[in-house]
Design a protein around this ligand. Structure first.
Ligand code: FAD
Length: 404
């Protein structure tokens, strides 16, 4: 367990890294605490970037998590603007690109993920959306477009749908290009993807499924999107929302197990004195149907990891089972999910209707509830959390009806 003689070095000054620093102090840790981040900014929140910031309702300052008073109260040494390039596991030394090194007694890896890129001819002028630099660049481009200009959004997943919604709110004309037959099919499964597929057109946003893009070129004035079926589309801007990849390159020669993120155990430990949390952690999760190895890119999971690890390191209490949660604001609706079901799980509508666009659905596997998904039914969703806190049969869930 940590004592005041310890020095905890946290790499990655995002949500998980910052929340962990706060939680560690809350747990009474009085030792040295260093937070290393490659971005030049104090920790900020990402969900507003694709919602309030892109739509023009918020400034970037409103996304800041670590305000100066909080930084001071947390007594953390910030090392910003230079990425970690190497970790020596034996000595707990983190080397930075600027040539300096920080040695601690415990290292917490919280380097998150980065936007996946696709090598199109115009890739320099195509915008992903993961961080403040991305949104700043994208906003500069959007401000040069005239009202109603067409912007292609490549990828109809959560980020793509939120970006399209924000672009429409700015008076632009987004066109969502989705390679799969339905957006979100690989995450939520075919039934729910079908139920949600009406949201974009009802919000007057064009959605083109089965859009297999072969290239996007830029002629200095506009973009041409080329499709595998030989069709093309001329647009004024392109935003990329095609998923993310864990930031683990800096750990390649560390000897830690890297496989779809940093592999950690039930206590979020990758090796003695080395832990990983948030989007980058490939962790063991006690799901309602048994232990699963997962990496989950949800805001709430990053928060939960941060507080669980702080408690574990200061008190030795093993992390309790968590109920993963995410939300997404898209096409004028709120989608919320509890649990982490597989797209192949069974699904049934238990409240509301697809037509009214207010409903609750249960996911299950072998008759056990694995997830609850709600469209514009926030209260019903939260009331259903008990179904995932311990294994619950579908029969029991249908009898209890906590969503009603
Ligand atoms: P991050 O917040 O990504 O922080 C990691 C930090 O580490 C970054 O600053 C990164 O630059 C830095 N870093 C990387 N490599 C290095 C290195 N070598 N050295 C030093 N620093 C490094 N989740 C939801 O549940 N609901 C939502 O509606 C939602 N909306 C989102 C919208 C957007 C636009 C984005 C990008 C994400 C959204 N998320 C949402 C996901 C949520 O923001 C993430 O799950 C959360 O930020 C994960 O926190 P993290 O600390 O693990 O990673």
């Amino acid at each position: 367990m940590l004592s005041s003689h310890d020095h905890v070095v946290v790499v990655g000054a995002g949500l998980a890294g910052w929340r962990f620093c706060e939680a560690l102090r809350r747990e009474g840790f009085a030792g040295e605490l260093t937070l290393i981040g490659d971005e030049p900014h104090a920790p900020y929140d990402r969900p507003p970037l694709s919602k309030h910031v892109l739509s023009g309702k918020w400034s970037l300052e409103q996304t800041v998590l670590a305000k100066p008073e909080a930084l001071e109260a947390t007594n953390v040494t910030l090392r910003l603007g230079s990425p970690a390039t190497w970790l020596d596991v034996a000595t707990k030394t983190v080397t930075l690109k600027d040539g300096t090194a920080v040695t601690g007694t415990h290292v917490v890896i919280a380097t998150g993920v980065r936007a996946r890129l696709i090598p199109f001819s115009a890739d320099e002028d195509i915008y992903p959306l993961r961080n403040q630099a991305d949104v700043t660049r994208l906003l500069e481009h959007l401000e040069r477009l005239s009202e109603g200009a067409t912007v292609a959004v490549v990828g109809g997943g959560f980020i793509g749908a939120e970006v399209a919604t924000a672009l429409k709110a700015r008076g632009l004309t987004p066109v969502v290009l989705e390679a799969a037959p339905l957006p979100l099919i690989s995450v939520l499964g075919p039934t729910v993807a079908e139920w949600l597929s009406g949201l974009a057109p009802q919000h007057e946003i064009t959605l083109r499924p089965n859009a297999k893009i072969t290239d996007i070129s830029y002629n200095g004035d506009g973009f041409s999107v080329l499709f595998a079926d030989a069709g093309d589309l001329d647009v004024d801007g392109v935003v990329l929302g095609v998923g993310a990849e864990p930031n683990t390159e800096w750990l390649r020669s560390s000897g830690l197990e890297l496989s779809n993120g940093v592999v950690v155990d039930l206590n979020l430990e990758a090796a003695e004195g080395i832990s990983a949390i948030g989007d980058v952690a490939n962790f063991l999760w006690q799901s309602p149907t048994g232990e699963e190895r997962v990496r989950i890119e949800h805001w709430q999971v990053a928060n939960d990891h941060a507080s669980q690890l702080a408690t574990y390191l200061t008190t030795g209490t093993a992390p309790a089972t968590m109920v993963p949660y995410f939300w997404s604001d898209q096409y004028g609706k709120k989608i919320q999910m509890l649990g982490h079901p597989k797209p192949t799980d069974d699904v049934q509508l238990v409240s509301g209707s697809v037509e009214e666009q207010r409903w609750v659905a249960l996911y299950s596997r072998s008759g056990v509830v694995t997830g609850v998904l709600a469209l514009s039914q926030p209260r019903a969703l939260m009331m259903s959390k008990q179904l995932l806190e311990s294994p619950t049969s579908v029969a029991d869930a249908l009898e209890q009806k906590p969503w009603a």
